[in-house]
Design a binder for this molecule. Structure first.
Ligand SMILES: *Cc1c(COP(=O)(O)O)cnc(C)c1O
Length: 422
């Protein structure tokens, strides 16, 4: 497969953009492919190569690329202008639609990214409780802001160390980390800092090191323990919201948090983030309350138009029912292939999220680290040469979209078999 044009672009980009890219995960050694266009389940690069896409913008494109209904919605909105700096009707409509789907949500604040959503959610939790500490799960990703850029591997009751230069230790000392699927570690952290913990923030299904699934009863236990100790529970559903079900992981697993963050899927591919929660908590947010949150692009008309149409299509076409079945089928086929090949790899996933782990199926971050990361990366390249674009890391979830056909899936499983064999 020739990628000469991509290579040339990257050579130039390295001189202009740090690492040659606009976001770190896009930097693929020795050089990434540059996309020229996208449609349905496929990307086409600047050298004319076509790839079946399981990265899907790292999650948002539940309906695939270039969905005609979303394109129409954006076009229609363009005719009415695309930034007002005033309230608009769509934010009322979308807020109502979200509330109707999420038991935990009475009110929402629209922002532009998932990062802003978790930043605002944590601030709201601290403002509401008057407490400073937060607990996060090791390996959990909540965007790129100071409070959550905490090095993995620190014990439950030690103070978090920054995972990035430029983040003062003082800014992360209130962030405690615990392993996923370990309720005792949460209890220990809460009791270790008795009366100081405002909230626990977690991805109900770990999407950024996997997917890694919650063990039976874990989320229920987290809910119980947080309630008993007056600690707010924030579900970061930026990946799982509107993906596992219309009501996200909280509907899928029937566990109700106090605050929810949404993003990715709900925007249909346009930038959006949502902070949602109980009325008494959300009323703390400015201008109703004293937790400050603001944004020039909050509730952007193009994103809202795209979001409303995305939810329409998801509902009308019963996308979750079909796509979750497709995910089950895909995982079963991959398991068969791995068994036939006699490999000790494992397939993890739920709904339309999946991943082949080059090793045991992990139940937390430390276990995930034991997988053969380099082997996976070499496999990623072989898949790319077979016309399948998987996220370029052992720790990024693969996604299915409504645009993936049975032919796509058959071709993909065939490519898996061929490239796992090597
Ligand atoms: C992607 C992601 C974020 C950050 O969202 P951005 O829109 O990239 O800022 C936050 N939380 C989770 C769980 C995510 O997967």
């Amino acid at each position: 497969m020739k990628r000469e044009n991509s290579k040339q672009l990257f050579d130039k980009a390295k001189d202009l953009l740090p690492g040659g890219v606009s976001s770190p995960v896009r930097a693929i050694n020795p050089y990434p492919f540059y996309t020229k266009s996208a449609d349905g389940s496929k990307l086409t690069d600047v050298d004319g190569n076509e790839y079946i896409d399981y990265c899907l913008g790292y999650g948002p494109l539940m309906l695939g690329h270039n969905h005609p209904a979303i394109k129409d919605a954006i076009r229609t909105q363009l005719n009415h202008g695309w930034l007002y700096g005033t309230p608009n009707e769509m934010e009322v409509q979308l807020a109502e639609r979200i509330r109707n789907n999420y038991l935990s949500i009475d009110m929402v604040r629209f922002v532009s990214t998932g990062t802003e959503a978790t930043m605002g959610a944590i601030r709201a939790a601290r403002g509401y409780t008057g407490k400073n500490k937060i607990i996060k799960i090791e390996g959990g990703f909540h965007g790129a802001h100071d409070a959550v850029l905490v090095k993995a591997g620190s014990g439950a009751t030690t103070q978090g160390a920054p995972d990035s230069l430029g983040v003062p230790r003082d800014f992360t000392k209130h962030t405690l980390q615990v392993p996923y699927n370990d309720i005792d570690a949460i209890v220990e952290a809460i009791h270790g800092y008795d009366g100081e913990v405002a909230a626990i923030i977690m991805e109900p299904v770990m999407g950024n090191i996997g997917p890694i699934l919650p063990e039976e009863g874990y989320l229920e236990e987290v809910r119980k323990v947080t309630k008993e100790n007056d600690v707010l529970l924030i579900f970061d559903e930026v990946i799982t919201g509107f993906r596992l079900a219309m009501g996200g992981a909280q509907e899928y697993y029937d566990v109700t948090p106090d605050i929810t963050t949404l993003g990715k899927i709900v925007g249909g591919g346009l930038p959006i983030g949502v902070i949602g929660g109980r009325r008494d908590i959300m009323q703390q947010i400015s201008p109703a309350g004293k937790v400050y949150q603001a944004g020039t692009f909050n509730g952007h008309p193009l994103s809202l138009a795209s979001a409303l149409t995305t939810l329409d299509v998801l509902e009308k076409e019963k996308v979750h029912e079909k796509l979750n079945l497709k995910g089950d089928g895909m995982r079963a086929m991959l398991r068969d292939s791995i068994n036939d090949l006699g490999l000790d790899y494992n397939v993890s996933g739920v709904g339309s999220m999946f991943k082949v782990f080059f090793g045991e199926s992990p139940s937390n971050y430390q276990e995930a680290l034991k997988c053969d990361k380099e082997g996976y990366f070499n496999f990623f390249h072989r898949m790319l040469d077979s016309g399948v674009f998987l996220p370029p890391s052992q720790f990024e979830t693969n996604f299915l979209s409504a645009a993936h056909t049975d032919e796509d899936i058959d071709a993909t499983v065939e490519a898996y078999e061929k490239n796992l064999r090597q």
